[in-house]
Design a protein around this ligand. Sequence first.
Ligand SMILES: [Zn+2]
Length: 85
Amino acid sequence: MSTAPLNVKIYASGRISMVCQYCGRKSRPIEGPLDITTMSLGWWVTPYPAEFVHDFDGSTGARYTCPACARKPGVKRPLLTRGLD
Ligand SMILES: [Zn+2]
């Protein structure tokens, strides 16, 4: 099973984007670390330990939802967001 960090995109520069778990959209890259105080407004995060492996897709750690997907009917709202949606 892959241990690649599918839920985030880490660039050669060291900047980090969140990757939406539903549509694959990437957030604006930020200087790390990525957490609730630095993540893009309107994105949602479901926190998991960094080493946690999700069996269904092999991704690891926290899972992110973009503002558009968070508004879709039937999408379960993740736990935390920064700012209004
Ligand atoms: Zn999305």
